[in-house]
Ligand binder design. Structure first.
Ligand SMILES: NC(=O)c1ccc[n+]([C@@H]2O[C@H](COP(=O)([O-])OP(=O)(O)OC[C@H]3O[C@@H](n4cnc5c(N)ncnc54)[C@H](O)[C@@H]3O)[C@@H](O)[C@H]2O)c1
Length: 328
């Protein structure tokens, strides 16, 4: 059945692809974005669709959220993705990161309760903080270092509090679900100095500059193609119950690949993909507080949503590079 869906942060990297998927499934979509990091060209395909609306506004604002409701004549589901992402911002603009990440979640949760809408929160593996035991289980406890050392957890701790707010609302009747994307990548990922690692490495190649790898390059991540992430968001919002009838309300879903890759290997893989355009790889100082390892256990997503990542890192990197080169 066709639904009326609000995607906050809809002009961003994941949000814009999610809007495309929701439209292709026959839903009516309104994307709300203040364009802090969103891009109009991300929404080029969506804007040709008659069931799509874009609203420039602030996800912290009750009035802007209400305008979204009025545009579609009601909202059945909120995918809340608006947040300030990008490691450099965590350190440089900690106050703003905390403000947006927490207050936009509080405002959208409140509206979801008022409207009787289902709610999907985009949380993050950063909500686990400094935990070193891997893999990260969906129910793992979080651990945060002292804030006098660095401000990285402006982001992770605000995502943690977002989860607290959703779980609290669940106790008050919200049909809330939580997804945690693990290092998404795709051709729309931002590669500037406020961007994220895969895109920054491709950007270095495009500029024919050395790829910077932080620290000793041994820190690992689980890289997940945006199409796999979008599928996880879609299922988390779409399913009334799990594939074996499990309740989904209040459940958290890690969405990540089980390929654990260190940064040096990632840089080498990118050089492998770009062939004759390969550049030097140099080690440089990283950000204080960066996690050493990050590997998810995605049991809830697999057993309840029937989700599993379909795109290997190698084929994903090839497809991103081809698209960055203007090929389909
Ligand atoms: N990309 C990843 O690998 C990843 C990993 C973990 C969690 N997440 C979470 O998933 C969500 C989407 O991430 P993304 O990578 O697409 O990030 P993104 O920065 O591309 O998208 C976020 C969007 O939110 C918008 N935004 C920021 N403040 C806003 C506000 N006050 N009102 C309205 N819009 C606002 C930005 O302009 C941007 O378009 C975020 O919540 C992020 O924290 C992403």
């Amino acid at each position: 059945m066709s639904q009326r869906i609000l995607v906050t942060g809809g002009a961003g990297f994941i949000g814009s692809s999610l809007c495309e998927r929701l439209l292709s499934e026959g839903h009516h979509v309104v994307a709300l974005d203040d364009m802090f990091r969103g891009r109009a060209d991300n929404l080029e395909a969506c804007s040709k669709h008659e069931s799509f609306h874009f609203l420039s506004g602030d996800a912290r604002s009750s009035e802007d959220l209400q305008r979204c409701y009025d545009l579609l004549g009601g909202i059945d589901l909120i995918h809340h993705l608006a947040a300030i992402n990008g490691t450099r911002w965590f350190h440089e603009a900690a106050r703003q990161v905390i403000d947006v990440n927490i207050n936009a979640t509080l405002a959208t949760v409140e509206k979801a309760l008022e409207w009787g809408a289902r709610y999907v929160l985009a949380s993050s593996p950063e909500a686990f903080g400094d935990v070193t035991n891997m893999p990260l289980m969906e129910e793992s406890a979080s651990l945060f270092s002292n804030p006098s050392q660095h401000q990285r957890f402006a982001y992770g701790a605000s995502k943690y509090l977002d989860e607290v707010a959703v779980q609290h609302a669940v106790r008050n009747g919200l049909d809330g679900r939580i997804v945690r994307p693990f290092n998404g990548y795709g051709e729309r990922l931002m590669g500037d100095k406020y961007g994220q690692v895969v895109a920054m490495m491709f950007e270095a190649v495009r500029r024919q500059e050395p790829i910077n790898v932080h620290g000793d390059g041994q820190q690992t991540r689980s890289f997940t193609h945006v199409d796999d992430l979008v599928n996880g968001f879609y299922l988390a919002g779409h399913l009334d119950e799990g594939i074996e009838g499990q309740p989904l309300i209040g459940v958290s879903f890690n969405l990540g690949s089980d390929e654990e890759v260190n940064m040096l290997t990632l840089a080498q893989s990118i050089n492998g993909v770009v062939g004759s355009q390969a550049v030097d790889i140099v080690l440089s100082e990283g950000y204080h507080g960066d996690s050493v390892r990050r590997l998810p256990d995605c049991s809830n997503a697999v057993t309840m949503l029937g989700w599993c990542p379909a795109i290997s890192l190698k084929s994903g990197l090839i497809s991103v590079w081809n698209r960055l080169q203007g090929q389909p």
